[in-house]
Ligand binder design. Structure first.
Ligand code: FAD
Ligand code: UDP
Length: 388
């Protein structure tokens, strides 16, 4: 098949574009994927325990976008699921995001009443306050509470996750899990929260089912696609390719690291099998110092499913580590770190390719942004409509 469109990467960014070009524009699409499977970081499968396991970390679907739900509903049925997370604080397991119930679990009744009152008075009921903003409050009681939450929820978790303190990373990162002045104990407050009935991989199989889509697995894009910065052209197997090329991998990789490596954080998953049920919630966070627990969180996968085996269970213990593309460990760029220096480097890469009109960057890696899957789907639909 002679492709009209080339897509690098079979995660959500690549799959949405491939599906749209094949089914909406009737184009021949070539998807090049270096892994041995489709789905990108959403890839899941049923393991030996009969549990649906997410190979690259726990993925929960949540969004406020009806358009994204409607679009994905063409490829899957759903079951309702609301994610709840507990965090280990001073040996107790309390709701995360930290909320009024968490205060009651961490302090004696009298003190808890005072702290709750001060918090509600400062921000109002059912509000969300990022920890770095809460820390700026000058009321003595609120400040004491802010310091407690900072120390026991954010400081060590963030240092383990990013290798940096909450002050050193983009404030948007810790603001993803704000302090909740209320009783809502769900991890996400989005309007739509659910899980795909047959898993994420099945969504990708359905999206990429068209005969007009050819998928080349186990293939690094560099084997076929070459960007020539002298003449601002893209070559496919040595021939100039003038159709759309959508690259969803890392831009420093695309341009052979000529401005240096962008910073990412990686993860190691310790997958374990146990009897019965392991913990009280699907995810338990360990915001404790690294000397006490080297990991950040444990996810028990069967608790994300609608039906599951009662006698066996599978958990993943998450150990963040520095990304190193040359190493056997930590060679997957899971999280863009985007310090100011990295943002500048990223812009230099984008600047180099801005005059190649048929080359488009899209995705969590290519955009170098901490996007959730719904944001990637929405962005892919938008980019398709823009370039088609
Ligand atoms: P990816 O899924 O990373 O796909 C990119 C693909 O490109 C990969 O398959 C890669 O192998 C391929 N590729 C890269 N370079 C090349 C190359 N040179 N040649 C060939 N192929 C290449 N979002 C949520 O909404 N809810 C969650 O609960 C959630 N949990 C997450 C948990 C973790 C641990 C992580 C890391 C992310 C989580 N996310 C979550 C975010 C979600 O994973 C991403 O938004 C989504 O996977 C991004 O899709 P993508 O297509 O941009 O990237
Ligand atoms: N965070 C934290 N303690 C927690 C949960 C989150 O410090 O118990 C911070 C940490 O910096 C983390 C960020 O909030 O990286 C975003 O958390 P989220 O759960 O959204 O991370 P993800 O699921 O994307 O890894």
């Amino acid at each position: 098949m002679k492709p009209d469109v080339i897509i690098v990467g079979a995660g959500f960014a690549g799959a949405v574009i491939a599906e749209r070009y094949a089914n909406d524009s009737n184009k021949n699409v070539l998807v090049i994927e270096k892994r041995n499977h489709i789905g990108g970081n959403m890839f899941d499968y049923i393991d030996d325990n009969g549990v649906r396991y997410h190979e690259y970390g726990p993925h929960i679907f949540h969004t406020n976008s009806k358009d994204v739900v409607d679009y994905l509903s063409k490829f899957t049925e759903w079951y309702p699921y609301e994610h709840r997370v507990l965090g280990v604080i001073e040996g107790k397991k309390v709701p995360i995001p930290f909320n009024l119930t968490s205060i009651e679990k961490c302090f004696d009744t009298e003190k808890a009443e005072r702290l709750k009152e001060a918090l509600v008075e400062a921000y109002g009921m059912d509000t969300k306050v990022p920890i770095l903003r809460l820390k700026e409050n000058e009321n003595e009681e609120v400040k004491e509470l802010a310091d407690f939450i900072y120390e026991n929820v954010f400081k060590y978790y963030t240092m383990k996750q990013w290798g940096l303190t909450p002050e050193e990373i983009d404030p948007g990162v810790t603001a993803r899990v704000p302090v909740l002045v209320g009783r809502d104990d769900r991890y996400f407050q989005d309007k739509y929260q659910c899980m795909p009935k047959n898993g994420y991989t099945a969504i990708f199989e359905n999206m990429l089912a068209s005969e007009k889509i050819e998928i080349m697995l186990n293939t690094d894009a560099h084997e076929h696609v070459h960007v020539d910065l002298e003449c601002n052209k893209v070559f496919y197997d040595e021939e100039e390719f003038t159709g759309p090329v959508i690259f969803t991998g890392a831009v420093d990789d695309l341009l052979n690291y000529q401005f240096g490596d962008l910073s990412y954080r990686s993860l190691d998953f310790d997958k374990q099998s146990h009897k019965g049920t392991y913990q009280e919630a699907a995810t338990v966070n360990y915001p404790t110092p690294a000397e006490i627990n080297g990991f950040t969180r444990i996810t028990e996968y069967k608790l994300l499913m609608d039906t599951y085996p009662s006698d066996k269970t599978t958990i993943a213990v998450e150990y963040p580590l520095a990304y190193n593309r040359h190493s056997d460990r930590g060679n997957i760029p899971y999280y863009p770190i985007f310090t100011e220096e990295d943002k500048k480097k990223y812009e230099s890469y984008c600047d180099k390719i801005k005059d190649i009109s048929n080359l488009h960057l899209l995705g969590r890696l290519a955009d170098y942004k901490y996007y959730n899957m719904d944001q990637i789907v929405a962005r892919a639909l938008m980019i398709y409509n823009k370039i088609k």
